[in-house]
Design a protein around this ligand. Structure first.
Ligand code: BGC
Length: 393
């Protein structure tokens, strides 16, 4: 059941359960079902639908719609972006991210499709780190290393959803990660706010506070296929990454600690290159070929700067990535092997999608020379990332 609830700005606590918005995505309230009412309030541009249950908590699917009819669906299960409908250069709409229509697709644990990843996105070597003289042991869920927050990271928990009274559709998700959860120290209060602008930008703002020093590295793990069809790989997309250096890795994808120049290597995307052009020269983990590397962004400081751009000649779509973060993991879906299928039964093959995970560098807690990821009591963690979709004619 889908609810469109309006007039929060006026403080009106009245809402009817409404049928889904019109096809052009303009959020018109076309029909009301008088047998159902609710006291939830939400602003225009967001719909809430019941989406099942996990850990005894209610799971919802929120649809954010902007004035152009671009629609992003986000669930409070895992803070997951499940769908992102955007027009191509002929006006045809399809989703540019991997995702499922039903919660059960996510309960089967796909590799972080669209998820909010934390408490520590990416890898921590040997699943351990030391803070304030104390060594903390994590679950080794990726060979001997810890990956993406552990066995039950932020991608697998149910967040509290707080709709906001802004002018553009936005959704804030809150989660309290308790002291000791997945082995990490400190009660970590996390909040992630998603905003869909009328310029077709999805802005993601991450905030956190802790009561004990802890590593924090939050990111989003959307898998993009700008063609809107997983039958096309991403190898013909072009990508630019504004990074003169990257962090080379060992065979278990842990950075060696070196910040290596991309010059003369297949990692040089300072000017746009087709992803498939040099991918055969790049080894990923477990001999699965392809890019799965952190790039050291050229940006200085913590302004929201453009750091990457992907273009697709089939659909004419373009995606720009802006971030306040110092790094970005460029992952070309190397471990996708066709075993997971889309809702319409298409196997999701290797290189069917790409991820651009804005982040601090992998294994920073064990690499004192890398920018620190330790959040201390009294400090405020705040990062922002924006993905902007447009079309080229
Ligand atoms: C990692 C990959 C991993 C993928 C899915 C990426 O962030 O770098 O190695 O396979 O996430 O877990």
């Amino acid at each position: 059941m889908t609810k469109t609830i309006q007039n929060l700005a006026l403080g009106i606590f009245a809402a009817s359960v409404l049928a889904s918005c019109s096809n052009n995505g303009s959020n018109k309230n076309e029909s009301a079902d008088s047998t159902n009412t609710t006291t939830t309030t939400m602003k225009t541009g967001i719909q809430q639908a019941d989406w099942g249950e996990s850990d005894g908590k209610k799971v919802f699917l929120y649809t954010l719609t902007n004035k152009n009819g671009v629609q992003v669906k986000i669930s409070n299960y895992g803070g997951t972006i499940t769908s992102w409908i955007a027009p191509d250069n002929k006006g045809n709409k399809s989703s540019i991210v991997l995702g499922f229509n039903e919660l059960k697709g996510y309960l089967a644990h796909p590799p972080y499709f669209g998820a909010t990843v934390g408490r520590y996105g990416n890898r921590i070597a040997d699943a351990k780190f030391t803070v304030d003289g104390k060594t903390y042991k994590l679950a080794a869920n990726n060979g001997k290393n810890a990956l993406h927050g552990g066995l039950k990271g932020f991608d697998k928990v149910v967040w509290d959803a707080a709709p906001l009274a802004d002018n553009t559709p936005s959704l804030t998700l809150n989660y309290l990660s308790k002291d000791g959860e997945e082995g990490f120290p400190g009660n970590l209060k996390v909040s992630v706010k998603f905003t869909l602008s009328d310029d077709n930008e999805l802005k993601i703002a991450y905030d956190a506070e802790t009561d004990k020093a802890t590593p924090v590295n939050l990111t989003n793990h959307s898998y993009f296929n700008l063609t809107g069809d997983v039958s096309n790989t991403i190898l013909n997309n072009s990508i630019m990454i504004d990074a003169d250096r990257y962090t080379p890795v060992d065979t278990s994808l842990i950075p060696t600690g070196e910040l290596k120049s991309v010059k003369g290597t297949p990692f040089d995307f300072t000017t746009p290159h087709k992803i498939g052009e040099r991918i055969d020269q790049v080894k990923g983990g477990d001999e699965k070929g392809g890019y799965d590397h952190n790039f050291v962004l050229n940006k200085k400081g913590t302004d929201l700067d453009k750091v990457a751009e992907v273009t697709d000649s089939i659909s004419g779509r373009k995606m720009e990535v802006y971030t306040t973060q110092p790094g970005i993991q460029f992952y070309t879906g190397n471990f996708l092997d066709g075993s997971i299928k889309t809702d319409d039964g298409k196997p999701i093959m290797q290189h069917a999608a790409l991820c651009l995970e804005t982040q601090h560098f992998p294994d920073s807690p064990n690499k004192p020379a890398f920018p620190s990821t330790i959040l201390k009591p009294g400090e405020k963690y705040h990062t922002e990332t924006t993905y902007k979709i447009s079309v080229m004619h």
